[in-house]
Design a protein around this ligand. Structure first.
Ligand SMILES: *Cc1c(COP(=O)(O)O)cnc(C)c1O
Length: 396
């Protein structure tokens, strides 16, 4: 019997270059982003400049986590207490959490058969809710048709915040994910595409938005020490009226991240090769539904999702259990009892007036997810996919 024996939560080591840069930061003792020598740019400053360049946007703020970036994005967008914010019903807990943290109210939009956001439901809820803000989560790296998304945003005058936690390095029709909306947020948490343990980015092309985001992030009156940022005039009107919600990036983590940003495209390519190996084997199994990915979508295969539409709940549990016994860790989004990372709208019970979304529930009921860490070789990936196909055959 085939078994696999590597951990699904093991990421690669930090590049040596990042380790030695981090040691230099520690030797200098200057870990705080504003603790610089005259004319020195800190590691955090350089990271922001480099990520802005990578994205092809003028402004970038590095901060303490992806969820923090989402919260500051809400605030910098001007969301007020009680405002409605459209967002995916299928996403990760920091998305509704950041909306709640700003006093706003999420309006959940269904997931579609291809695991991206359902555009018909989006359109209808944009019309019926009167929401002026839209937090679009490119959940598990699936990009919705961005041309249609932008058309809907224009029609309903929606301020668009992209949650790019799983699409750092991805693009739609050659345009980078995170450059469509008004603001984009990224995560540098261990299981995303760059790893500093915790960390996040907020990017935008709007100078007023970035000025507010920098103030919120805890810049005190040191905002002139930001370089991927608007000139000081942009801060003059707002600097006494914008609260400090301290959540800065530090130089140690920035040092670890800079070589990872420089190597991001090569890493994305390695992820996609692994994804293709797994996909090719899973496609051979008639029970497995793998939605075809649009030609316009250049995605990062850091995880894979597939459905078993003809399987009932006990069979889904059986598949997860048997795969687990053979070392293959799958997550089932249909589980009534949400485990580890929560991604279902109905597990966020602190929210009032929870809607019922039968379509989302139906899709999640047969949806499985698997991480693809880069510590797995392509041979590992082939073995994993073969085990999944065998187990599904046993559970038919
Ligand atoms: C990881 C993640 C975030 C941000 O998470 P942090 O852990 O706060 O960096 C946001 N959205 C999604 C979909 C995520 O997976």
């Amino acid at each position: 019997m085939k078994v696999f024996n590597k951990p699904f939560t093991q990421q690669e080591a930090i590049p040596e270059e990042g380790i030695s840069a981090a040691l230099n930061v520690m030797r200098s003792g200057r870990l705080h982003r504003y603790n610089t020598l005259p004319d020195e740019k800190s590691e955090t400053d350089l990271l922001e400049i480099e990520f802005a360049e990578y994205q092809g946007v003028p402004y970038c703020l590095a901060c303490s986590s992806g969820g923090y970036a989402l919260h500051v994005a809400m605030r910098a967008a001007g969301v007020q207490s009680g405002d409605k914010v459209l967002c995916n019903a299928f996403t990760l807990a920091p998305v509704p959490g950041s909306i709640h943290n700003s006093g706003a109210v999420p309006v959940f939009v269904d997931v579609a058969d291809d695991y991206s956001i359902d555009l018909e439901d989006l359109e209808s809820k944009a019309a019926s809710s009167g929401a002026k803000f839209f937090m679009l989560s490119h959940m598990r790296g699936h990009l919705a048709d961005m041309d249609r998304i932008m058309a809907i945003c224009e029609r309903y005058h929606l301020f668009l915040i992209e949650d790019c936690a799983h699409t750092m390095g991805a693009s739609w029709n050659g345009k980078k994910s995170g450059t469509f909306g008004d603001i984009a947020c990224f995560s540098a948490q261990t299981y995303k595409h760059v790893n500093s343990g915790e960390g996040g980015f907020l990017t935008t092309r709007h100078s007023d938005v970035m000025a507010r985001a920098i103030m919120y992030s805890g810049s005190y009156m040191l905002y002139e020490r930001h370089f991927a940022a608007p000139p000081k005039e942009a801060f003059e009107q707002i600097r006494f009226d914008t609260p400090n919600y301290s959540g800065r990036m530090d130089n140690l983590r920035a040092a670890i991240l800079r070589p990872q940003i420089a190597n991001l495209d090569a890493q994305c390519e390695r992820w996609s090769c692994r994804y293709r190996v797994i996909e090719a084997i899973l496609t051979r199994c008639a029970d497995i539904l793998l939605p075809e990915r649009p030609a316009a979508e250049a995605f990062v295969g850091s995880s894979i999702q597939f459905s078993l539409p003809s399987f009932a709940a006990p069979q889904m549990l059986d598949v997860v259990k048997r795969c687990g016994e053979r070392g293959v860790v799958l997550k089932w989004f249909g589980d009534a009892e949400p485990k580890d990372y929560t991604s279902r709208y109905d597990s966020w019970r602190y929210l009032e007036d929870m809607p019922k979304l039968p379509k989302t529930e139906q899709i999640l009921a047969s949806l499985l997810d698997m991480r693809i860490p880069l510590t797995f070789s392509e041979e590992d990936c082939a073995l994993i996919a073969e085990i999944i196909v065998e187990v599904i055959g046993e559970c038919e």
